[in-house]
Structures are given as structure tokens and as C-alpha cells.
Design a protein around this ligand. Sequence first.
Ligand SMILES: Nc1ncnc2c1ncn2[C@@H]1O[C@H](COP(=O)(O)OP(=O)(O)O)[C@@H](O)[C@H]1O
Ligand SMILES: O=C(O)[C@@H](O)C(=O)COP(=O)(O)O
Length: 425
Amino acid sequence: MTRPVPLALGCVADDYTGASDLANTLTKAGLRTVQTIGIPADDLALGEADAVVVALKSRSIEPGRAVALSRAADAWLRGRGARHVMFKVCSTFDSTDRGNIGPVLDALRADAGEAVALVTPAFPETGRSVYQGHLFVGAVPLDESPLKDHPLNPMRDSNLVRVLARQSAAPVGLVDVATVARGADAVRARLEALAAEGVGAAIADAIFDADLEILGHAALAHRVSCGASGLGLGLARALASPGAPDPAADVLAEPVGGLSACLAGSCSRATLEQIAAAESLMPVLRLDPERLIGRADGVDAAIAWAGEHLGQGPVLIASSADPEAVRALQARHGVEAAGHAIEGALARLAAALVERGVRRLVVAGGETSGAVVDHLGLRAFRVGPEIAAGVPVLRTASAEPMLLALKSGNFGGRDFFARALDLMR
Ligand SMILES: Nc1ncnc2c1ncn2[C@@H]1O[C@H](COP(=O)(O)OP(=O)(O)O)[C@@H](O)[C@H]1O
Ligand SMILES: O=C(O)[C@@H](O)C(=O)COP(=O)(O)O
């Protein structure tokens, strides 16, 4: 039996949309990338892959469980020859004081035998930049952005050195923009100096892609790093062979046919605008969340509604609501109970849609996508062309293939749903 080619890069992502965002970036930079859902079976045939992104649903679960899953994913990737593993977190650093970024990174760093790990959620293409350790979303600090109202992890502090320190065992330091501007050797030297002071993680400033290229080179001197797609870009550019053929080219070569539908559980501002824009293009059903929590009649009614419309073209079904309505619902049912119940309802709805012939499915929301993909039992995707920054078309590797788009709540322009459906044929 021939031995598989060692992976150039391994990645552990803390949610499914985040994983496909990273897989998109790696693919665009020329790495042949496979996204798996959960830790793959030992004998998964990867084909010709340079990178594997293992998608976990570990962002908002109990920290001990997130650590265990991430360590197992890391061990699988190391077993496939990955020398460097990047832990993919959200570009808006979604987490709470309990974690899970700090506890997972502490564990992966200890397993890798590293004293310090470089951390940056910067992703300039989507407006995320880090300056003096403060995360900006577009022109505003994180704590003034819509992320301050996230249903599961409201982000109320833009100073990431402070945010990560609250959830890490070791002190957290800073690699500032002036050091990054001096190049990869200066960044490596700064990391060594921080490690000598006992610092376990270093937030690195990055404003432009060029900064991330420097950080990617510097990070490869270590066995583990942590960041969002921007760091993936830096790592991929440092690893990809120049002039490699486009790895996304053949994913849409064969149409999958079938019906198409969109589901939205994201309450992010971008998604709310995209749903409003879709209303002039396709039938939109706005779910009453009270009928999804502890009851099944909301899902049954939505399935019946979809049955009437699906034959005529795509439909969109959304539980999404504005921050005030989200807070009111959470006050009545609890944050986690409300979130999980709605995710579960949308997942059951997705399964019913697939049963009725949907083969092209767009899902908005990270946790929502996780619930849907799990419920559908999908295990691995090939990564196709980009719909919008951070969102590729995914193709299942199954005998009866499906096309999916898993959209992070914050991503995409107003016309996202139309663009996705146009590409997914
Ligand atoms: N109307 C609603 N009220 C409260 N929570 C909701 C509502 N609709 C969806 N949710 C929950 O909000 C969370 C949105 O998270 P997610 O799907 O990750 O979206 P995003 O990518 O925007 O963060 C999910 O847990 C979802 O079930
Ligand atoms: O890095 C990002 O912003 C995304 O890849 C991501 O992880 C977003 O998370 P969700 O909004 O929960 O999809």
C-alpha cells in the first residue's frame, strides 16, 4: 500500500462556516484542500490534498469537551504528517471568559511542545484588523461593532490581549505592528523573547495581507498557531507552490440538479439585510421562534409551506430576528436553550427539505450550519469557487452529491442568497 503524501498544513476549526471560510482561503491561495466534518476516520482517503481543515462545532460548548475534540483532531492531522497545525477561530474572536480559544490553544501548544503560539484573527478582506492588540471590525473597535450583541458570545472588549488572558493559563503578550513591519525574523525574535518571559500566546497586529504573509512565515517556525482566515492566507502563501493549477476548478464541472433552498438561523446584521433583500426574489418564510422551542408545530408548518413553493424555485426560511427580539426570547427561555432549540428545528427542517429533493442548500449562521450539517450526516467536502469573501461552494463527496454554502452570519453582501444560488447549479 502506498503511503499518503504528508499534509503541508493541518487546521482545526471551531465551527463549520469558519472551516469553510478557511478552506476557501487556502484553496484560493493554491492549496488543494479538503474540509472534514468532525474528526475523520483513520482510513479517510484524501486524494491529492495539501491541507485538511477539520471542522468541529466547539466554539460554544463546554471548554473541557472543546479541548478533548481539538486535541483529537490535532492528533489526526499530525498522524497525516502535518508539522504545523493552525487552530481556526472566528475573525471576531467569538468566545467568552470561559473559553474556548484560551483553553484549546493552551492544550494544543502543550501537545506540540511549544512555549509560545502566535495568535491573530485579522482578516483584512472582510475588514478585520488588529492594531496594538485591539480588534477592529471595519472602522470600529470590536466592542462597538454588531458583535457586541451576538446571541451566544457578546464581544464587549476589543483588547484581545486582555480577552485571551482572561481565558488562558499562561500570560498573553503582543507582537506589535512595528515589529511585524520589520519582517518574519523580527517577529520570530519577539516570540522567542516573549516565550523567555513566560508568555504562552502572543496577539499579533496585522492590518494588510502583507502583514499576514510575514506572520505566516514566522508562524511556520513553530508547530502551532491560532487565527482566522487571514493567518491561513499567510501560511498558505508561504507553503503553496507558485503556478499550481486552480484547485477549485472542477467542483462545479458536473451539475448536481435537484431543488434549492436557503435556511437562516443567523441573527447577524449582515444576514438580516440579506434576508430582506431576498424577499423580492423568492418566497421567504419568517419562522416564529416560539413555535420552534419545545414544540414541533413550527417545523411542521414550515415543511408544509416549503412543499407548496419548492417546485417553482428556491425558497428561504429564516428564524433570524433583530437584537431586541433575540434578547426577549433569551430572557424567556435562556440563551443556550433558545439557541439549541432553534438550531435543532432548522436542522430537522433541512432534513425534510433534502427528503423532498433539495440538493443545493445555502445555510446562514455558524452554529446553525453546524446543526444542519450534523443532522444531514455529511462528512467531507471538496472546496469550490468563492461566492463571497469567506464563503465557498462546497460539494459533498457522496455518490449523490449535494452543493452547500455555509455562510458565517457576518459575511456576504446584500445579494448573497441570489449570488450563491446563481453559482450553485
Ligand atoms: N429568533 C431568534 N432568537 C434567538 N436566538 C435565535 C433566533 N434565531 C436564531 N437564533 C440562534 O442564534 C444563534 C445564531 O448563531 P449562528 O448560527 O452561529 O449565527 P452567526 O453566524 O450569525 O453567529 C443560533 O444559536 C440560533 O439558533
Ligand atoms: O472568521 C470568521 O469570521 C468566520 O470564518 C467565522 O468563523 C464566523 O463564525 P460564524 O459567524 O459563527 O459563522
